[in-house]
Ligand binder design. Structure first.
Ligand code: NG1
Ligand code: ZN
Length: 557
């Protein structure tokens, strides 16, 4: 293609100059300080148009968010037509475009993609975009619009939405009028779909006590308010805390799912009383964790692992009750997918008590999602509260085709059908997961304490170490070990061997410029000792930068 075809691209890209910076499309797309993102997002607009054309004009989604990260960060992620994460090869194209240093290099990168993917530039292209509540969002949407228009694509701006809502509308648009139609492609359609499914199960059941929701001062607050209004307060009582999206600096600050999970305490500024039921969303409402205070006032966390076991246990009991099988009588395959961050006790509980197979994948939901698709009912959750339950086409067919011989069989089948509507099939969704948990607790009339009693978490600790070059850390075996730097894994193993029930691994973050250290052991003290010893080993021997945190331990040479 001649440079002329791209005259508008070249002209527009001059308005979005590229800073001297290397950009990486990681597990969560491009993510960094918002003021570095203008050129990247303009170029993502170009890429989104090419992706749509390569899908013969199907609509591609773009979400502008930095999730649980600080408010001054932002990021961008592409969504495939059925709501999945961007295909791997296109991550490379995204980086080629973002890192092209000159107008000529940008045009060459575009031509490379067009040739590799055999794209017909005359093909129509459609893109939808939404953003979270970050103050940097509107300007970044404008950069994206410029990029889409520079390649003559059509763009629809859905304004402020949760990440799962953007995935939902993308899938709805592309399935509208087909047998796989997913719903109305609007925020209202999303609330209605969830509310209808929830009400089918909740109506006629004794309501639970109010659920207190920490919305991280983000988009989850207005979204939950709409959802709760659509459901009606006689069937779901929610009390929303941390719903200030107007005041700068509050998003995710000392609150939200990530803060609660990492610090293992309640968000600041809330009054957590024994007997209350609480949960926290993250900044773009795709993660959720639950918690309560026990009778002595002690904080107790119910994280993604606990949500996964609750869901898997309940769905298994429904399948048994419904006597649902494949048409040929073979049982439906239920499985659970975890990462190395799953608490060791949860894995043992799933295998030994629930008797459900567990599969491990590297960190990042796209890996978990992919594995979960191999089951009829694939439950996947990261410990941080990001996950969902996928139902295969065969499973949905089994729920529909099975007649049910008794009242209880029919009720269980109806519950399974409804769950497959209630649970977001495109991506982990805090609001959908919240309703899923409520439905399970309603069905079993369980308190959070009773849910928590299934197994006791091993003490765990997650830490960050700032290093010169995190690319030197090469994880293997689903992130549980390091192949490089040479010798480091042996040093970690040597420490782990000193602790009862010790487990520890180090991996580079895909979303932050740090390496993460995770440790588990028999007691809190031992867990801290193990974590801080390994942090010290990494910091001292493998390029730690900045001030050395006092808590990091030193190992005698
Ligand atoms: P990194 O920064 O690669 O650890 C974090 C989470 C992932 C995933 C991504 C995407 C942990 C330990 N890591 O990735 O699970 O959620 O963010 O947001 O929770
Ligand atoms: Zn998120």
């Amino acid at each position: 293609m001649s440079a002329n075809t791209f005259a508008l691209v070249v002209e527009s890209s001059a308005k979005h100059p590229r800073p001297d910076q290397q950009f990486t499309y990681g597990t969560a797309g491009f993510r960094m300080k918002a003021d570095l993102l203008d050129s990247v997002i303009f170029r993502v607009g170009l890429l989104a148009v090419l992706r749509s054309k390569s899908h013969r004009g199907k609509t591609v989604g773009v979400m502008i968010t930095a999730s649980h990260n600080p408010e001054h960060d932002n990021g961008v992620k592409l969504v495939e037509p059925l709501g999945e994460m961007l295909a791997q090869a296109w991550e490379t194209y995204a980086m080629d475009l973002a890192n092209a240093a000159t107008p000529d290099a940008l045009v060459a990168a575009l031509n490379k993609i067009i040739a590799a993917e055999n794209i017909d530039l005359a093909q129509h292209a459609a893109v939808v975009v939404a953003r979270d509540t970050r103050p940097s969002g509107p300007a970044l949407v404008a950069s994206l619009v410029d990029g889409v228009k520079a390649l003559a694509g059509v763009i629809t701006d859905f304004g402020v939405m949760t990440t799962p809502q953007l995935h939902y509308v993308t899938r709805c648009i592309n399935t509208k009028g087909t047998p796989d139609a997913y719903g109305e492609p609007t925020a209202a359609g999303y609330y209605k779909k969830l509310a209808d499914a929830y009400l089918k199960i909740a109506k006629g059941r004794k309501p639970l006590s109010a659920l207190h929701v920490d919305a991280a001062n983000g988009v989850g607050a207005p979204a939950l308010r709409e959802l709760a209004a659509t459901i009606g307060d006689q069937h779901l009582g929610v009390v929303i805390a941390n719903d200030d999206i107007a005041t700068r600096g509050k998003l995710n600050h000392n609150c939200g799912a990530d803060f609660v999970k990492i610090s293992q305490k309640a968000p600041e500024g809330i009054d957590l009383k024994p007997g209350q039921r609480w949960c926290s969303l993250d900044g773009d409402a795709d993660r959720i964790v639950f918690y309560y205070a026990d009778a002595s006032g002690k904080f107790k966390l119910l994280d993604g692992d606990k949500i996964a076991t609750l869901a898997a246990g309940y769905i298994m009991s429904l399948i048994r009750e419904a006597k649902a099988t494949h048409a040929d009588g073979t049982p439906l395959k239920v499985g659970l997918v975890q990462t190395a961050y799953a608490n060791g006790s949860s894995t043992a509980y799933v295998r030994d008590t629930l008797k459900v197979p567990v599969v491990f994948t590297p960190t990042g939901v796209k890996h978990l999602h992919h594995e979960a698709e191999h089951f009829d009912v694939g439950v996947y959750f990261e410990a941080n509260g990001h996950g969902t339950v996928l139902f295969s086409k065969a499973a949905v067919k089994a729920f529909e085709a099975t007649a049910g011989k008794s009242e209880s069989e029919r009720a269980a089948l109806e519950a399974l059908r409804t769950l497959s509507d209630l649970i977001n099939q495109t991506v982990g969704d805090a609001l959908s997961d919240m309703l899923m948990v409520e439905v399970v607790l309603l069905g079993t009339q369980q308190t959070l304490e009773a849910w928590d009693a299934g197994y006791t978490d091993l003490p765990s600790r997650q830490e960050k170490v700032k290093v010169q070059n995190r690319a030197l850390f090469v994880p293997i075996k689903a992130d549980t070990e390091l192949a490089e730097p040479a010798g480091l894994q042996d040093k970690i193993n040597e420490q782990v061997a000193k602790f009862r029930k010790g487990r520890c691994f180090v991996r580079p973050s895909g979303t932050e410029d740090i390496v993460r250290v995770y440790a588990e052991a028999e007691t809190v003290q031992e867990t801290e000792d193990l974590a801080y010893t390994v942090c010290g080993i990494v910091f001292d021997g493998y390029g730690g930068v900045g001030e050395r945190p006092a808590k990091f331990k030193r190992v005698a040479a």
